[in-house]
Design a binder for this molecule. Structure first.
Ligand SMILES: Cc1cc2nc3c(=O)[nH]c(=O)nc-3n(C[C@H](O)[C@H](O)[C@H](O)COP(=O)(O)OP(=O)(O)OC[C@H]3O[C@@H](n4cnc5c(N)ncnc54)[C@H](O)[C@@H]3O)c2cc1C
Length: 382
């Protein structure tokens, strides 16, 4: 068992840390408050090769191993997990399904610009009436010659302000359950597809999130990803690969909470001593350190298993996602408490971490779902 990193991985981690401190840290509080996606920062990161991730070089990616990719997403997210989210998209939620199920033409047309930071994508799976229960979706597709006609609505879809295309899902026949689902890429500007962004939300504020409505939206047959009826698998491929990115983002953000707390606990004096001297504060710091280390190694292990070519890592993905996001919320909660009233102000980033950490427990599978899945895999029910 080798817990070390290669020299190259350590150099990349250091370079990413320096990039994040220089190019993201001075601006993150402002764009979070403005609820503005920092497209210029993401493009700079892409120019450094941080967006290409595990996508093969022939499709515009960096061709990295999963451990190095995880280190990049973690270090970026230690400063801003929203930039981490954007950088994880080509390897995770948006790109992985195209890499696995897309045709050569689809990979060149859609995956390549995404991996190079020249295009952005949305993944529209959740609906107003169904989130966790994906197969209960109501958006329909009907074949009409060389096109499919989509009708329905998706909810809580991110990147609506910048996306060039939307990976979405619709059913041919609801009675077929998950076997009736098809996946499509719908290009921005396609008649019949409209976006309705929400005004404000608890966390993830720089992401423009809202509804995607399809009204007799005609999508060319060549934009179907995978075969007819294979859309559920495409969706599961997307979310399962997305979970590594979410875990890495959550670990990075939990570490940021600890970084803030260590500095503050040493300098804030109460009852004549730094608060770091109080054992109840130390207890919180210990919870954070142990939680972060556990989450980090579960996340790296998931990445390492993928690097070994292990095909079925669904159980490990659920474990990493659930633990890392639960730890992120615990770390952010402790951080706000240790900062006292200052933890509630925008002057320090811990209030942002607290808001974002709650959302982490909901996206890419609510943690209750992962709790059930982990038991079912272990019991052999799946
Ligand atoms: C900021 C933000 C960004 C998002 N971006 C996207 C995006 O880009 N694309 C996209 O498709 N979606 C996106 N989502 C949606 C997100 O993926 C869904 O909210 C999530 O999957 C949960 O679905 P739901 O909200 O419909 O909750 P529901 O499925 O209605 O679940 C509600 C609650 O019921 C309980 N529950 C549900 N299932 C189970 C179970 N099996 N066992 C036990 N308890 C259960 C849990 O407490 C759960 O929180 C985003 C959400 C947010 C908040």
């Amino acid at each position: 068992m080798d817990f070390g990193f290669t020299e190259e991985q350590l150099q990349i981690k250091k370079a990413v840390r320096e990039f994040a401190l220089r190019e993201i840290a001075p601006y993150v509080a402002a764009y979070d408050q403005e609820e503005r996606f920092p497209v210029e920062i993401v493009r700079k990161a892409a120019a450094q090769g941080y967006m290409g991730g595990v996508v093969p070089v022939e499709y515009g990616g960096a061709g990295l191993d999963y451990v190095t990719y995880t280190l990049i997403i973690e270090e970026i997210s230690r400063v801003c997990q929203i930039v981490g989210c954007a950088l994880s998209f080509p390897s995770g939620l948006a790109g992985s399904a195209i890499l696995r199920y897309g045709t050569e033409e689809q990979k060149q047309k859609y995956l390549k610009p995404l991996a190079q930071g020249e295009a952005f994508a949305s993944v529209a799976l959740t609906e107003p009436g169904s989130g966790t229960d994906v197969a209960a979706m109501r958006t329909t597709c009907r074949r009409d010659g060389n096109v499919y006609v989509l009708n329905g609505a998706k909810a809580w879809i991110s990147f609506l302000d910048v996306c060039d295309w939307v990976l979405t899902f619709a059913t041919l026949d609801r009675s077929l359950g998950h076997k009736g689902i098809c996946a499509f890429i719908v290009e921005r500007g396609t008649p019949g597809m409209t976006f309705r962004p929400y005004a404000h939300k608890l966390g993830f504020k720089p992401l423009c999130t809202g509804e995607v409505v399809f009204e007799d939206c005609r999508v060319p047959v060549e934009n179907r990803i995978g075969e007819e009826g294979e859309g559920f698998r495409v969706a599961m491929c997307a979310v399962e690969n997305g979970r590594l990115g979410v875990a890495a983002r959550a670990v990075g953000m939990a570490q940021a909470c600890l970084d803030e707390v260590l500095a503050y606990a040493r300098e804030r004096v109460v009852f004549g001593q730094p608060i770091g001297k109080f054992q109840l504060v130390q207890s919180k710091i210990t919870d954070m350190v142990v939680g972060i280390e556990s989450a980090r190694y579960l996340t790296y292990r998931l990445a390492w298993l993928k690097d070994q070519g292990v095909q079925d890592v669904r159980r490990e993905a659920s474990i990493a996602k659930m633990v890392a996001t639960d730890v992120a919320l615990m770390a952010a909660t402790h951080a706000v408490q240790i900062f006292g009233a200052y933890g509630c102000s925008a002057e320090y980033p811990v209030s942002r971490y607290y808001r974002d950490a709650k959302v982490f427990q909901i996206v890419e599978g609510v943690n209750e779902l992962h709790r059930v899945l982990i038991a079912e895999y272990t019991l052999g029910y799946r």
